[in-house]
Design a binder for this molecule. Structure first.
Ligand SMILES: Nc1ncnc2c1ncn2[C@@H]1O[C@H](COP(=O)(O)OP(=O)(O)O)[C@@H](O)[C@H]1O
Ligand SMILES: [Mg+2]
Length: 279
């Protein structure tokens, strides 16, 4: 479990310096897929960096399985438990062959070669990229590169995967590949995932959605609940997926469509059913 208690983050010493996080209380439960949303500059990346002690609290605390990120003695254990994946896969690459790239972390930690081979094979398989093991990461597609980056984190056997807009630089196909891989990992390994995104359709399958605004939690709940609060989302400058917007408009115009439907197909069916009833 990851706990944020009254987390405040200020960049710089001056009293008027930016307060990027203004008192966040949040718990990420075991096995949960939590999506973190919000407009540019609201503090998503700052929050994500606190989870593996890349940033330390100005006030409040962050606990990873009870270990405080403010305690220097726990730093390595926290970083082992919390794997981070960032936006730009290119900036995460160090090697010229995929399997060397993936082996880099455990090699640095002095994990025995036999064990490294086992973990690399397992991680490549978990991400569906075994066939790319001898490839040059620089020649891969964005989605493939990002899956290599995720495999490189997975070999460290983390309990938590924190992903900061991992699909922001990918085309729609790459985005789908990565998102599917993350969901697969989550269900096969029971990983806990904190997924930062501004693509609203990527949060439909999350267990819980948390929206930040100006360094504070502005809105949270299950996706169906959050997406029924269309006006609040708009107020936060967030778009809602077009099919949910349409459903909301039809509902506002008086058509009775059940709340809580998130899938396009389920909505189409509900509209058709209502339509037939009205004939
Ligand atoms: N290194 C930094 N120094 C000063 N201010 C920063 C730094 N990084 C981020 N900020 C500021 O903190 C706020 C939150 O930024 P960030 O966490 O990157 O937001 P997001 O990821 O939601 O776009 C913004 O106002 C940003 O300008
Ligand atoms: Mg960011």
């Amino acid at each position: 479990m990851i706990e944020l208690h009254g987390l405040v983050h200020r960049f710089g010493e001056a009293p008027d310096s930016t307060e990027a996080l203004r008192g966040i209380d949040l718990t990420v439960g075991e096995g949960e897929f939590l999506a973190l949303l919000g407009p540019n500059g609201c503090g998503k990346t700052t929050l994500a960096k606190h989870l593996n002690a890349l940033l330390l609290p100005t006030e409040g605390k962050v606990l990873v399985d009870g270990l405080s990120t403010s305690d220097p003695a726990e730093l390595w254990e926290i970083r082992r438990r919390v794997g981070m994946v960032f936006q730009d896969p290119d900036r995460q690459m160090v090697a010229s062959v995929v399997e060397e790239e993936v082996a880099f972390g455990p090699e640095n930690l002095g994990v025995p070669p036999e064990e490294i081979r086992r973990r690399v094979g397992w991680a490549l398989e978990a991400l569906g990229i075994q066939a790319l093991r001898r490839a040059d990461p620089n020649l891969l597609s964005g989605g493939q590169k990002q899956r290599v980056a995720i495999a490189s984190v997975l070999v460290m056997e983390p309990c938590y995967l924190v992903m900061d807009e991992p699909t922001a630089m990918l085309d729609p196909l790459g985005r789908r590949e990565v998102l599917r891989a993350v969901h697969d990992l989550r269900s096969s390994l029971g990983l806990t995932v904190l997924y930062v995104t501004h693509h609203m359709e990527e949060v439909l399958q999350a267990d819980r959605v948390v929206a930040l605004q100006d360094g504070r939690v502005a809105l949270q709940g299950a996706p169906a609940e959050v997406f029924s609060r269309v006006e609040e989302l708009r107020g936060l400058g967030l778009d809602i997926p077009s099919h949910l917007e349409l459903a909301w408009r039809l509902r506002s115009a008086g058509l009775e469509i059940p709340e809580g439907l998130l899938g396009e197909e389920a909505l189409v069916e509900a509209v058709l059913r209502r339509w037939r009833e009205l004939q």
